[in-house]
Design a protein around this ligand. Structure first.
Ligand code: NCD
Ligand code: ZN
Length: 335
């Protein structure tokens, strides 16, 4: 049995830099036709020069693979309209992080006060730039995303023409927002479709499943599964594949991030197949994103087959999700 995906896209991806970039970029570029590349490098990507230089490094790292990096800028509330007009030629989106909320987000916004953000958000809205948001407060870890709902509501109401992507949603409350505001969209990761907090911390602590936002309750996972398996038109796949070297995961003070890039398409196919929803996978993993972002992906055909894939214990110094386990589907070839 085989299943073909046309131009799969990863609408939330961390490619990092230097050696890590060279290690992980080809793993995404093999199966995916493109990805929204997150700007949370150290220092973050805040200039057009940095966008172009990073894009060049990515293109070099992917080698012969047919893959388009879709670049983003790290949101700053002091960008000028003139700067954003130039940036719009090179980036699809700006990624807004509340300061300190996740890996390398220290330079994010200190306040979510709409009036402080207004000049930049109005310019983005006029220029058709997408706003990607890491929607967590600094409250109790299980409530951070729920507490952000009112901020999403204010943003959606204040900037009705701005496309706002709620990144890596993990709660039923975020899912419910999709049908309440025309301009709110969401990415959903692979791991949040599969795990709950029980898998992270219910037994022996699993550092390779620790990420931001933390995996939530069973009913939250159900809500995510429901909209994803139905390929709700406002939902897109974004892996949030976030590699960290093993010594930063298996230690005291474990870094947040799950590394899923090399197994994402295989596991998604297994999941959708198990739920008799393979017919929806194309929309979830590509078509919805192209409609939402208003762009045409590079053409690529990924042929998956139902033959087992043994996942390696590590890619270089990074441990993937499902390390040492066997998946039901594998990528047969890519054209
Ligand atoms: C991401 C990272 O490591 O850059 N970590 C994570 O747990 N998801 C940052 C992010 O997307 O929050
Ligand atoms: Zn991320």
């Amino acid at each position: 049995m085989t299943h073909t995906l046309i131009s799969p896209l990863d609408m939330h991806l961390h490619l990092r830099d230097e050696e890590m970039l060279n290690l992980v970029a080809p793993l995404s570029a093999y199966g995916f036709a493109g990805a929204i590349v997150m700007p949370n490098l150290v220092p973050p990507i805040t200039t057009i020069e940095a966008v172009l230089a990073y894009k060049e490094r990515i293109v070099r790292a992917i080698g012969q693979n047919h893959f388009e990096p879709l670049m983003t800028l790290f949101f700053r509330s002091d960008y000028t309209r003139e700067f954003l007009e130039k940036a719009a030629l090179h980036v699809k989106a700006l990624k807004l992080y509340p300061s300190g909320i996740t890996t390398n987000s220290e330079g994010g916004v200190a306040s979510m006060d709409i009036e402080l953000l207004r000049p930049v958000l109005e310019a983005m809205s006029d220029l058709g730039l997408v706003l990607c948001v890491h929607g967590e407060t600094n409250g109790f870890v299980m409530d951070r995303e729920k507490e952000f709902v009112s901020i999403y509501e204010s943003l959606a109401e204040a900037f009705p023409k701005l496309k706002i992507v709620m990144e890596h949603i993990t709660t039923q409350e975020s899912v419910a927002l999709l049908d309440r505001y025309e301009n709110l969209y969401a990415t959903v990761t692979l791991h949040h479709l599969l795990i709950t907090l029980d898998d992270v911390a219910g037994g022996m602590l699993q550092p390779h499943l620790f990420c931001k936002p933390i995996a939530k309750r069973y009913e939250d996972r159900e809500a995510l599964l429901h909209v994803s398996l139905a390929a709700h038109p406002k939902v897109m796949f974004g892996s949030d594949s976030a590699p960290h070297p093993i010594h930063k995961k298996e230690c005291c003070g474990c870094a947040a991030g799950v590394f899923t890039a090399p197994i994402a398409l295989q596991v998604l196919t297994e999941l959708f197949d198990k739920h008799n929803a393979l017919a929806s996978l194309q929309a979830f993993v590509s078509n919805n994103a192209q409609t939402i972002y208003g762009y045409k992906a590079l053409h690529k055909e990924v042929i998956l087959e139902k033959t087992p894939m043994k996942v390696t214990h590590a890619y270089g110094n990074v441990v993937p999700m499902f390390a040492n386990e066997t998946l039901a589907w594998s990528i047969q070839h890519v054209v």
